[in-house]
Design a protein around this ligand. Sequence first.
Ligand SMILES: [Zn+2]
Length: 277
Amino acid sequence: MARPNDHYQVTIVKYGTRTTTRSDVYLNYALYHEDDAPIEMDYFFWIVKNAERTIVVDTGFSSHGGGVRGRTSLADVGELFEYYGVDVGESPHVVLTHGHYDHIGNVGLFPTSKFFMASEEFAFWSSHNAQRAMFHHSVEDDEIEQLRHVANEGRMVLFEDRIDVAPGVEAIVVGGHTPGQCIVMVKTNEGPVLLASDAIHYYEEYERDMLSMSVSNLIDMYEGFDCVREMLRLGEVQHLVSGHDPDTLNRFTPTMGKFAGLAATIGTLEEHEGVRL
Ligand SMILES: [Zn+2]
């Protein structure tokens, strides 16, 4: 039996953090009649890998983009990618779930890669509405310009609704948080994984139907939660990976070594021909 080339190991990598307040992360927090309190927000990117290929999901914030917003960097993003097995020289595909600074900040680390982004997302960040304060504070102009540069080089795959990035890796547009926010489904030998990115910042946000402060369309964001609930109910998803929840790493298998505490995995890389769980 051939080694399955559509199953992967997912590595969740935490590269940044900050402390904020619940009233700063939940929209109209007063609606819930709860005391305000501190809350941590972690920053992740995700690596999807098997013997055949590597796919990167988001690239983290740049030192400038994180620095001007007072975020704490926990390690050098380029070093983390390298340590967790991403060889930029092999031009791994890169999925960009949306255009915010903490997801597209290091596109330049992948000078020969092909990128995948929802066409609605790509178009939005060049539209006049993107200049409005509610949206513009979440991006860096030169990083959006870099996306256009990637597209001009013919390295940007724009898609609508959904796309197979590779066998066993599917990006799906849900919108809500941003006009073309994507989620990414990945097959593993421990069951299907959903990288929700910022369709679900916090598990609580999804479990209690509490919308994030950062939203472009309230109804789409609520319906994104419904979409994920349905996937879990049907068994299409077994592992839900949030976009920013500090509890995320606790839910999966921790990695040891140099960056212990900053990463966790789902699924194993199968090392022997014919072994398929
Ligand atoms: Zn984010």
